[in-house]
Design a binder for this molecule. Structure first.
Ligand code: PGA
Length: 250
């Protein structure tokens, strides 16, 4: 039985005061028995602060990005050992904003995935097609290419301690959510592709949907067979909305 995950990607938002209020709100609104795994992904500079704020709560910590290297002369970069040291358990790799705005290739994403694993972090591998790719009918091809880059370099066993997030680029921050059926179709495709290499790992792999998830649509999305929760951007910055999503996930 796969546990549902409600993951909040805060992107480049917040001040120390805002994140304190947000965690305070979540701690009071999310029932202790929500049943879902709850993970927040603050900016690097807020990780340590949030790690203190969530102590003793079921909320877990993740980072939004990491370097491939473990240490050295890489100005501006943050490594997996640094993230583990401040209490991160998860890290996003290959978010579409990293792929499109910062030119992260499939090969670089695969190397970041491996760097996370090396240090015991759980990588959340983000995959998804653009609107143009969907309209050209190449959704599965794109998602397969992004997934295979990791399967080929790390092997299927690596997915035993990883999460996949399907995030159609056209649904991110646009208010246009994929329909539950559209999400289910791609999630089933991802699980099927992993199953070609290992049925067991495919069966236990948590696959999140991301792209304009809100309190109002989370329940319907998470009820689909292969949708194991959500990676939530905008709505995760609002404690009431995110608490609703966490409750739907439970
Ligand atoms: P959104 O972002 O929920 O604001 O669409 C999702 C994401 O980018 O992870």
């Amino acid at each position: 039985m796969r546990k549902i995950i409600a993951a909040g990607n805060w992107k480049m938002h917040g001040t120390r005061a805002c994140v304190s209020a947000l965690i305070g709100g979540l701690r009071s609104k999310v029932p202790a028995d929500a049943g879902a795994e709850i993970v927040v992904f603050p900016s690097f500079v807020h990780l340590e602060h949030v790690s203190e704020l969530i102590a003793g709560s079921p909320i877990r910590l993740g980072a939004q990005n990491l370097a491939v290297e473990d240490q050295g002369a890489f100005t501006g970069e943050v490594s997996a050992p640094m993230l583990a040291d401040v209490g991160c358990e998860f890290v996003l790799v290959g978010h579409s904003e990293r792929r499109t705005l910062y030119g992260e290739s499939d090969a670089l994403v695969a190397a970041k995935f491996e760097a996370a694993r090396r240090h015991g972090l759980i990588p959340v591998l983000c995959v998804g097609e653009t609107l143009d790719e969907r309209e050209r009918g190449t959704t599965e091809e794109v998602v397969a290419r992004q997934l295979d880059a990791v399967l080929d370099s790390s092997g299927v066993d690596a997915l035993a301690k990883a999460v996949v997030a399907y995030e159609p680029v056209w649904a991110i921050g646009t208010g246009k959510t994929a329909t539950p059926d559209q999400a289910q179709a791609v999630h089933a495709f991802i699980r099927g592709r992993v199953a070609q290499k290992s049925d067991t790992i495919a069966g236990s792999l948590q696959i999140l949907y991301g792209g304009s998830v809100k309190g109002a649509n989370a329940g319907e999305l998470f009820s689909m067979e292969d949708v194991d929760g959500g990676l939530v951007g905008g709505a995760s910055l609002d404690a009431t909305q995110f608490a609703q999503i966490c409750t739907a996930a439970g």
